[in-house]
Design a binder for this molecule. Sequence first.
Ligand SMILES: *Cc1c(COP(=O)(O)O)cnc(C)c1O
Length: 458
Amino acid sequence: MVSVKKDSEKKVYGTYSNRYFDSPVPENKFPENGMPSQAAYEMIHQELNLDGIPELNLATFVTTYMEPEADKLYMENAHKNFIDSFEYPQIKKEENRIVNILARLYNAPEENEFIGTSTIGSSEAIMLALLAHKWNWKQKMKSKNKDYSSPNIVFGADTHVVWDKFAKYFDVEPRIVPIDKKTMVSSPEELIKNIDENTIAVGAVLGTTFTGAFDDVLLLNKMLNEYEEKTGNFIPLHVDAASAGFITPFIEPDLLWDFRLNHVASINVSGHKFGLVYPGLGWLIFRDKKYLPEDLIFYVNYLGNEMPTYTLNFSRSASNIAAQYYNILRMGISGYKRIAENMMANARYLASEIKKMDNIELVSSAEHIPVITFKQKHKDAFDLFDLSSELRKFGWIIPAYSLPDNASGTVLMRIVVRESFSRDMANLLINNIKQALNNMGRRQKFEMKSPRRGHAVT
Ligand SMILES: *Cc1c(COP(=O)(O)O)cnc(C)c1O
């Protein structure tokens, strides 16, 4: 983001940092002169050591581990600009293959001409998908000689912030349906109640970032069919499968949520989540090219060839795509399935142990994706925000956060179990949570018993 706080130009950095430094470097101003490579490296390396340890970051869905061969391909392709497909046609071919592979993984009908693109992440993919649906809606309204000045989009409060961003950035009225406290997702009936002629698309999530729960895409699809029968109006469904898109096809292949459902027009998935590639990589797949308006595709030819692009960004590294293709070839369906099953087993084990703890209630325990969430049973002297900071002392990064809208006031803690989180680490974490709860309890007792003064212990 742009500068939040204007820091003084006199603020300095690196004074006596190591053997190379005897004078300071300005922190917020371009330094007049450079420094030896080793000096710059050491200074930055030391500073970044204070970042959290990615393996202990249980807050994120994003990949923190790749095999050495994938790392190697990543570095080998880091200096290729992916968008220059004239100079680098091979990486473009790999992107194309992955789009085909994913469209088939999501059961796009073979008679359709499926189409798609890689993106920086699911956020870009979602913006591009919804933009296409907005465009199609506008064409539909124009062709009927109807007003097209007030588009709306219907989705649940259980969606990711990018859905709100899309609505704001692209000037579409968001119709946000609150979370049902029981299911932890938005009710399909409520979503359908909000649609009308001006609805560009309906959104569904697999699974929500709050609890990992799945929207009922099958029921939504059925209701959209009923609505279409009544009104003649086809409203497309976009499925945000950022996290589950690389889990569900492998472990629950019979669950109906993808292109087997006729209203599902587009799907996004994050390659950098359970696609097991470092950030940032996402994928957007349309069930048929008729959903991607030709108007929105730009043909760029200054690099020697006509190439179609549908992106918000332009230049970026080819690394992630090479790594994604490596993972697909290296693991196949059985490999992704094995990893997903391990993560699910570890998440469920962790849930079963956390469930036994005093004053903690599980909210979700890895029903479809390896995410567990829990809350406090009753108000105590400490809350989950305190537990989160207490666990940080052991190195674990586990966030506490409150639920949106009508479910707000509910504070949850969420753990995402990734491949790099082994059973041994699960056991360590369980012990650390117990210790943290103990520490907080002991401190609380101590504070109550000795209100006047304590004695330092040497
Ligand atoms: C992570 C996530 C996003 C955003 O994805 P990025 O790849 O980080 O841009 C959107 N929706 C859901 C459901 C997510 O889990």
